[in-house]
Design a protein around this ligand. Structure first.
Ligand code: NAP
Ligand code: MG
Length: 498
């Protein structure tokens, strides 16, 4: 099959129909209130669909359905091999529908459709496949009690779990949560971000087709302050897994304390350092990676390497190379297969990012690339790749998460100063370090207060590695087999034998 052209994607868009309702207990339904909200595309400002605006009543219905399904045991007590087969089928269905899903994602939040297909949808399918394949290969434990007894340490599904996700990788963040939650036998209520509900809603019917029983996966589009809060406060939800801002993550901790002490797992923001030492093995590769690590997905990435720390002496040379990546990544139509960078998610995000660009200039940083909105004639939300030089770490643009294509460049004179700057942040999600010196690399990696430290790369190793934050970047880990711990309870059963 020939690769799709811009015209092919446009034609596909014109023929799309949008699922726009909530999915509760195996059926698409309107919100109880009948309310809807407009789902606007940041590509050109068009209204894609009016989407069900769920609130507390809908959350109640979904949680009841999820609990019923959990207690019925059709999924929670199904053999691991059965859950595996269903998740593998879901992975296949995601692959088979990856063009439609990628297009929905591109229209909904403005990422390039080819990235949505090759990165997001490939990743979604891989998550369902990986956790599906894992779940019938995991054993429980026997405790070293001695001959007087038998101590069984077993893992049980938690029950009903809420998944609350952001708009930057809408279906991928959902899959990071749903795959391990479903693999371990839980029932789930997913609340997608208001900016990007379409793929989550569509996934529900693929999950049914794959064989996920009614009530096990429910999807509630709606707003955070209403539907999200109702899920967080619900007395019959056993845990919440949240990805989003640190501010909202803290709300969830409060919801838990004010309700039933549900477990709260948080993947929040970052302000990740990318440390370039003079002895980096390949400065061209490091610069290429540094550019991609801030401009990919328009910088709307929690692990974006938004602080570039360069050793004195190589800064000017290095920055020229990163600027070349920025120039190459100019924003374009997300449906054009050649486009490397799409839009901001919406008008308010554009305003927020432009506000930071203004703040950087006011604080005395030097704007060396970009800094402007472009393609405004399209009605879309485009901002150029933007680079600041001469940034000090106490400036707003070095401390606060911008969540846009804005890179702050700082310099350091030795490893000690590099570490001091790297760790001078309320966040601790991710860090990259480029050096040829193995001893230096290990020593520095140990001192960096972040959940992930990458040496001579920015990619983190993928799903086989745990991912999550130190400090205010979060609590708990997604990815790898460690993600399963969060969604299971540990049962200790002691049998006396003497
Ligand atoms: P957000 O505003 O925190 O929203 C995330 C989710 O929480 C959305 O579904 C949102 O609903 C909901 N929400 C908002 N306010 C709420 C409230 N008062 N009570 C309950 N739920 C509420 O984050 P965002 O703007 O979508 O995404 C950007 C942020 O996510 C960035 O800070 C980024 O770093 C972080 N992020 C982190 C990771 C990670 O893995 N660490 C990954 C991606 C993004 P609405 O859509 O209605 O607001
Ligand atoms: Mg939001």
């Amino acid at each position: 099959m020939a690769a799709k052209t811009l015209e092919d994607w446009q034609k596909m868009r014109d023929g799309l129909s949008y699922r726009n309702q909530a999915f509760i207990d195996g059926k698409y339904v309107d919100a109880v209130s009948g309310k809807t909200f407009e789902n606007v595309s940041p590509i050109d400002g068009r209204v894609l669909a009016k989407v069900a605006e769920c609130d507390k009543e809908d959350v109640d219905l979904a949680v009841k359905a999820a609990r019923r399904a959990f207690e019925a045991g059709t999924w929670s007590e199904a053999a691991p091999a059965h859950r595996k087969a269903v998740l593998l089928k879901l992975a296949r269905l995601v692959q088979e529908n990856s063009e439609e899903l990628a297009l929905l994602e591109a229209l909904d939040m403005g990422k390039p459709v080819m990235m949505a297909k090759n990165v997001d949808m490939a990743g979604v399918a891989n998550n369902f496949q990986w956790y599906g394949e894992a779940i019938d290969k995991i054993y429980d434990e026997i405790a070293p009690t001695g001959p007087a007894g038998l101590g069984l340490i077993t893992r049980e599904p938690l029950g009903v779990i809420g998944a609350v996700v952001p708009w930057n990788f809408p279906l991928m963040m959902s899959a990071w949560k749903l795959a391990p939650m479903l693999a371990t036998g839980n029932s789930v209520v997913l609340k997608p971000a208001e900016q990007s509900p379409l793929t989550g809603i569509r996934l529900a019917e693929l999950a049914m087709e794959a064989g996920i029983p009614e009530g096990v996966l429910n999807v509630l589009p709606g707003f955070g302050e209403t539907a999200g809060q109702a899920l967080g406060m619900h007395m019959d939800v056993d845990a919440i897994s949240f990805t989003g801002s640190t501010e909202v993550g803290k709300y969830f901790l409060q919801y838990s304390g004010k309700s039933n002490m549900k477990a709260i797992w948080l993947e929040c923001g970052g302000k990740s350092p990318n440390i370039i030492m003079k002895d980096a093995p390949n400065l061209d590769a490091a610069a290429q990676a540094a550019g991609m690590a801030i401009f990919f997905n328009s910088g709307q990435v929690c692990l974006a390497s938004s602080r570039l720390l360069v050793e004195e002496g190589i800064k000017d040379e290095f920055l020229e190379k990163v600027k070349a990546v920025g120039k190459f990544m100019q924003p374009g139509d997300p449906l054009d297969p050649k486009t490397m960078m799409g839009t901001m998610v919406d008008k308010s995000q554009t305003k927020r990012v432009m506000g930071y660009i203004e703040a950087g200039q006011k604080e005395g940083a030097k704007l060396v690339l970009g800094g402007k909105q472009v393609r405004q004639n399209t009605g879309g939300e485009y901002i150029e790749p933007t680079i600041f030089d001469n940034v000090k770490n106490d400036m707003k643009i070095a401390q606060e998460e911008i969540f846009g294509p804005v890179l702050s460049t700082l310099t350091f004179k030795d490893t000690e100063e590099a570490l001091k700057i790297a760790n001078d942040s309320i966040y601790g999600l991710y860090a990259n370090l480029w050096t040829n010196d193995l001893t230096k690399a290990h020593k520095m990696a140990r001192k960096i207060r972040a959940g992930s430290v990458n040496i001579n790369n920015t990619n983190g190793g993928g799903l086989v590695m745990p991912f999550g934050g130190y400090k205010q970047s979060g609590i708990g880990r997604d990815g790898s087999l460690h993600a399963l711990d969060k969604f299971t309870q540990m049962k200790a059963t002691y049998i006396a034998l003497g």
